[in-house]
Design a protein around this ligand. Sequence first.
Ligand code: NDP
Ligand code: HEM
Length: 486
Amino acid sequence: MSKRLTTTAGAPITDNQNSATAGERGPLLMQDYQLLEKLAHQNRERIPERVVHAKGWGAIGTLKITGDISAYTCAKVLQPGTETPMLARFSTVAGEQGAADHERDVRGFALKFYTEEGNWDLVGNNTPVFFLRDPYKFPDFIHTQKRHPKTNLRSPTAMWDYWSLSPEALHQVTILMSDRGLPVSPMHMNGYGSHTFGLWNEAGERFWVKFHFKTQQGHAHFTNSEAAEVVGQSREGYQEQLFGAIEAGNFPKWTLQIQIMPETEAEKTSFNPFDLTKVWPHSDYPVMTIGEFELNQNPENYFAEIENAAFSPSNTVPGIGASPDKVLQARIFSYADAHRYRLGTHYESLPVNAPKCPVHHYHKDGTMNALGQRSGHTDAYYEPNSISESAKEGGLQEPPLKISGDADRYNHRDGNDDYSQPRALHDLMDENQRTRLYANTAEAMAGVPEDIISRVLVHYDLISPEYGAGIRSARSKLSEMHDAAD
Ligand code: NDP
Ligand code: HEM
């Protein structure tokens, strides 16, 4: 039997096609509440899109832990044999919600694990590093990626101006302009937690950790011209491929690997292990395979389950913690703040964000708070109270972190080597990969004033003279092609 159509208040609707009017030719009756409700709801169908990573694709799955890292962490989600339900949302960074999927951009790789100890979110990218090491620069950096205030167009000049003055970005820019800057689908890329995080065990020992998710589908990439052709056919290629693969039962998988550094070793490394523009070399910190995740279910409703999803680096569980990485520290503030704006104060009441474990707290009231305060006792709505000892079972406490130094604004460039790691990446590419890297970089520089390009090429030469020369030669080829076409 078909379900009865109702107003949002549950009253039956007998006609959902013809407005109530005074006479056959109108005008409308103000009392046609059903029409008013329909129009009012339509006006509220859109919520603010994410300020970055607005275009995304997501699915539901399971994380399985196979390795034993109980010596490093007491987190239940990371114990051998544990299976945890999860949500993944992949995204591009700069484009708006309607942007084409196959654009050259960093891809977001956001994971939410619904553990029995609360939600653990790893909000990473498909790259192990980032464009900056001081979060103070993030809003300015993002302005260069978004539209110019006057032209309302993306501005390569702004991007290269910023990068030419921010050499720490060129490691990430090298990945962006390499093959990995344009994966064929979300299934064909790795994910990286990127930051250094903390793990701690029951004995109160801390270890620093990097998380890597390696695609089991293999890497596959498009060139710029292949992508242009694909975008000409469909702007939604990632959605089609991810949704289609899961509908067809071809469930994508990623292997979970970690790198571990004992806490005190961080003072001895030749590089700052909390610098987000750097990786930990594999030769010094080998990867350990500890599990895998599989995506095996499409959301029933994209808006409710993917658009409404709120991922935050502040969501950690006992046994997993933050690190002194300044960018991670800033993100701990930024995401929950964004969610309160984008989704509302009680965004964690939405089913996709709600923890799948008991929740007890003393926060009270607020817009759309359907659950009241959740201390576990109606009269115990403050603390301390003599009514009920609610919600404070002694959990494990994160070990203290030693802090040293004077409070100041330290120059994040002092003593930093911005060139060796991008050089290592450049040098591991074969000739064809380098040719594409140079060509993609040259193409991205089209229309940018020469003084900006000269400034950034100085940095490329410092990474490797071959890299600088390669970009110069690719630029010459491009302008010859344009001259020939004119
Ligand atoms: P390794 O030779 O041990 O590692 C090289 C890594 O580079 C591999 O993990 C490979 O990833 C990855 N890689 C290959 N091509 C690209 C590309 N176009 N874009 C991004 N990554 C790519 O050397 P090191 O550990 O000393 O690292 C050398 C450089 O490799 C680093 O400076 C960094 O730029 C890059 N890299 C390092 C990672 C790390 O955690 N150490 C992680 C990813 C990149 P895969 O095995 O997944 O194919
Ligand atoms: C999304 C801020 C750096 C990965 C977002 C959002 C904000 C934000 C406000 C939108 C959140 C929402 O509305 O739900 C910042 C700030 C950063 C920073 C302030 C640095 C200072 C990074 C880094 C990574 C990253 C380093 C990856 C390593 C992501 C991802 C999303 C996102 C994947 C999309 C999450 C989703 O799918 O909902 N960021 N970000 N960001 N960010 Fe960042």
